[in-house]
Design a protein around this ligand. Structure first.
Ligand code: NAD
Length: 289
């Protein structure tokens, strides 16, 4: 074989060796998770599921008391610590991730879940509404992901970043301009970060739930009443209404979203990055009425 052929073989051998060295997804029992908005709803159910699978969990939320309560319920400092953070605060986000590293020696699974909804019809949406919505969900999830990527690349052991995005980032719902636009922003953050971080063995994926009415602070805090008015159904029937629109006629609950986070991060989906799992009982695929 000539010199150039020899070089080609050596080059590919080296590339293959690098691939073998690349960090592989680890079982959850060896991992440290940082869940934003972990004190309520979907974030709380996710923290509970990850802890039940053996992960150590930082319950990161701007509501310190609720985060402390959840961390205690998950088993206290050996399993879970509360971390107070406002995800819109750059310094605060870096400090919060450092706190998780101090507690458990590293961070290799981050769930970008903190959120709120101030969506209104377009002509009633103020610039302040738009900025608040995008501050928490677009800027906040970017800040958390950037800091997580910094830590994970330094650790050199790969990792997972999961965005709790939404079907509202894929299809347009009524009176939803600020919320829907920011969920679409998160959806593209998933793809962009997956592209940049793949070579470090860091996978970036999203979960797209349908409306999760029961257990959601967002729905209890006014969004439920607003949605009920938009759809012309009593607020107490909203969960049922959402379920009846789906192909499976099933209501999506926080634990169903947590199941998807577990599936993405639990070690089996080794070749999945840059994509979203719908947890919507089929409503994004087709609507029947
Ligand atoms: P929730 O209100 O029950 O929980 C949100 C948590 O985020 C709260 O604990 C809140 O304190 C925290 N939070 C809000 N702003 C924060 C900030 N600036 N910094 C730190 N923490 C902050 O809501 P949920 O329904 O469980 O929603 C969680 C996520 O799931 C959100 O991103 C939401 O957009 C997304 N989602 C919800 C639904 C739904 O129907 N409930 C559907 C699709 C996607």
């Amino acid at each position: 074989i000539d010199e150039s052929e020899k070089f080609r073989i050596e080059y590919w051998e080296l590339e293959e060796a690098k691939l073998r060295r690349m960090p592989k997804p680890k079982p959850l029992a060896t991992r440290v998770a940082f869940v934003t908005g972990g004190a309520s709803g979907i974030g709380r159910a996710t923290a509970e599921r990850l802890a039940a699978e053996g992960a150590c969990v930082a319950v990161a939320d701007r509501d310190s008391d609720a985060a402390a309560k959840v961390a205690e319920e998950l088993g206290g400092p050996d399993t879970a610590v509360p971390v107070t953070v406002d995800v819109t605060d750059e310094e605060g986000v870096a400090a919060a991730l450092r706190e998780a590293v101090r507690a458990f020696g590293g961070v290799d699974l981050v769930v970008n879940n903190a959120g709120l909804s101030v969506s209104k019809p377009l002509l009633e949406t103020s610039t302040a509404d738009w900025d608040l919505q995008h501050g928490v969900m677009a800027r906040g999830s970017f800040l958390v992901a950037r800091e997580a990527a910094r830590i994970m690349t330094e650790q050199g052991m790969g990792g997972d970043i999961v965005y709790i995005a939404s079907k509202n980032g894929v299809v347009a719902g009524p009176n939803n301009v600020a919320y829907g636009a920011t969920k679409a922003d998160q959806a593209h953050q998933v793809r962009l970060l997956a592209a940049e971080l793949g070579e470090h063995g860091i996978r970036v994926n999203g979960v797209n739930p349908d409306g999760v009415v029961r257990g959601s602070g967002i729905f209890a805090g006014g969004w439920g009443a607003q949605r009920a008015a938009v759809y012309g159904v009593p607020e107490e029937k909203l969960g049922e209404f959402y379920a009846q629109r789906t192909l499976l006629k099933r209501e999506v609950l926080p634990e169903h979203v947590a199941n998807a986070v577990f599936t993405l991060t639990g070690g089996e989906l080794t070749h999945t990055t840059g994509t979203h799992i719908p947890v919507d009982a089929g409503v994004t695929a087709a609507f029947l009425r």
